[in-house]
Design a binder for this molecule. Structure first.
Ligand SMILES: [Fe+2]
Ligand SMILES: [Fe+2]
Length: 240
């Protein structure tokens, strides 16, 4: 974490770590075209204390060090792991996808003529969001409750879906599709690298997409490699 000073410009502060833009968006401080003024001046314009804002930025970064995304899934029971996935990854996607969609659309609108791939990115991203939303609903309404039911049973219960193994196959196929889309997003953005002329909104979009990719990789890893095989194994043990 780099030290933040009130005399640095808002643009510089965001350029050093683009995810800081999140707090500026929340406080309504312009970090993009109007980001050339010192933080203390931007805060004075909004009636905010620069020290309080710096403290918030630092707290945000310290929190990132104790990141629940990297929690040890293997040490959790089935029910605990499901709550962890819902609270950490599904909650993140519900919070983040609308914000990222807004950034992707804004960047394409402003810079689509300079790089037409930004318009393809809007299409790809909007399909991705739609698929993820329906994927999460299937997990939340069908698969996870079924896994919870078997986890609480010591004999195979009657499940409306017959077996947890069946929907798991479908979820794994959708995870593979999501992985392909993340690769496509990298292709459309030169591996998430900003061009020289990229403004801070553009950089914030790429930083957000990179974080999305990291979160999705952790999320899919916990489901494919820990939750799903364990649920199938437990179900098998109840059937034997
Ligand atoms: Fe999930
Ligand atoms: Fe999933």
């Amino acid at each position: 974490m780099t030290t933040i000073h009130a005399h640095q410009t808002v643009g510089e502060i965001v350029a050093a770590a683009p995810n800081r833009s999140r707090l500026f968006e929340e406080t309504g401080i312009d970090y993009c075209c109007g980001g050339g003024i010192p933080l203390e001046e931007a805060c004075a314009n909004k009636g905010l204390s620069p020290n309080a804002l710096i403290a918030q930025l630092e707290a945000m970064e310290a929190q990132a060090d104790k990141d629940p995304r990297f929690a040890d899934a293997a040490s959790m029971g089935l029910i605990e792991l499901i709550s962890h996935i819902l609270d950490t990854h599904h909650a993140y996607l519900r919070r983040e996808l609308p914000r990222l969609s807004g950034l992707v659309e804004k960047v394409a609108e402003v810079h689509g003529d300079q790089d037409p791939r930004l318009r393809d990115l809007v299409q790809v991203f909007s399909h991705f969001v739609g698929h993820l939303q329906s994927h999460m609903l299937k997990e939340e309404r069908v698969l996870f409750p079924a896994i919870q039911t078997i986890a609480e049973s010591d004999r195979m219960p009657q499940l409306s879906i017959g077996s947890v193994a069946f929907p798991i196959g479908g979820m794994e196929a959708e995870h593979a599709e999501a992985g392909d889309t993340l690769t496509r997003i990298r292709e459309l953005t030169d591996d998430l690298t900003p061009p020289d002329w990229a403004c801070n909104t553009y950089r914030a979009m790429l930083a957000g997409l990179e974080e999305l990719e990291l979160d999705m990789h952790q999320h899919i890893h916990k489901e494919n490699n820990v939750l799903f095989p364990r649920a199938i194994e437990y179900e098998r043990s109840l059937n034997s």
